[in-house]
Design a protein around this ligand. Structure first.
Ligand code: HEC
Length: 144
């Protein structure tokens, strides 16, 4: 009797630990693998071009990179712009495109300017709400 109880406890113990091992999540921000520290030289133009070519051939069928469309990818907008900035941009785009330093950085990278046609604050706030949910969709796992 005693030994069968020990046996059951032992079985329970081992089944629990192996299940835990299988499910154990890694929170290592470097990922899981041998590459844990990279010392990189300044960006090399020709290597970068090889990478861009590789991307076109092997990745672009499913992934896009910034600057691909007429305007930038703005799904992650609130990660790099304040919410007030976004609302101001939508409501006062003409002035910001002339003298807001952040707006000017972006405009330099594109052939044309944003033609967002937002006429009132309500519309701007509706859009802001949409950008806010994208922050959760894009970054929820970072909170773990
Ligand atoms: C056939 C479609 C397809 C191709 C081709 C493809 N990917 Fe992906 N990739 C996906 C999908 C779908 C996901 C999201 C699911 C996942 O993480 O596996 C993803 C996820 C990723 C992620 C993880 C992003 C994250 O935040 O977890 C990286 C990095 C990535 N891909 C890079 C690449 C690179 C670089 C190439 C080219 C060498 C490539 N992929 C080719 C479809 C593809």
């Amino acid at each position: 009797m005693k030994s069968s109880i020990f046996f059951i406890i032992a079985v329970l113990f081992f089944s629990c630990t192996s299940e835990e091992d299988e499910l154990k999540l890694s929170k290592n921000p470097y990922g899981i693998g041998s590459v844990q520290k990279l010392e990189l030289a300044p960006i090399n133009d020709s290597i970068m071009k090889l990478g861009a070519e590789l991307f076109k051939v092997k990745c672009a069928q499913c992934h896009t990179m910034e600057y691909k469309n007429t305007g930038p990818d703005i799904s992650d907008l609130l990660a790099y712009r304040k919410k007030e900035w976004v609302v101001n941009f939508l409501l006062n785009k003409e002035e910001m495109l002339q003298r807001d330093s952040l707006a000017l950085i972006t405009v330099q990278k594109y052939d044309t300017i944003c033609s967002a046609n937002i006429t009132n604050e309500t519309e701007a706030l509706h859009l802001l709400e949409y950008f806010r949910i994208y922050q959760i969709w894009l970054h929820e796992f970072n909170a773990l």
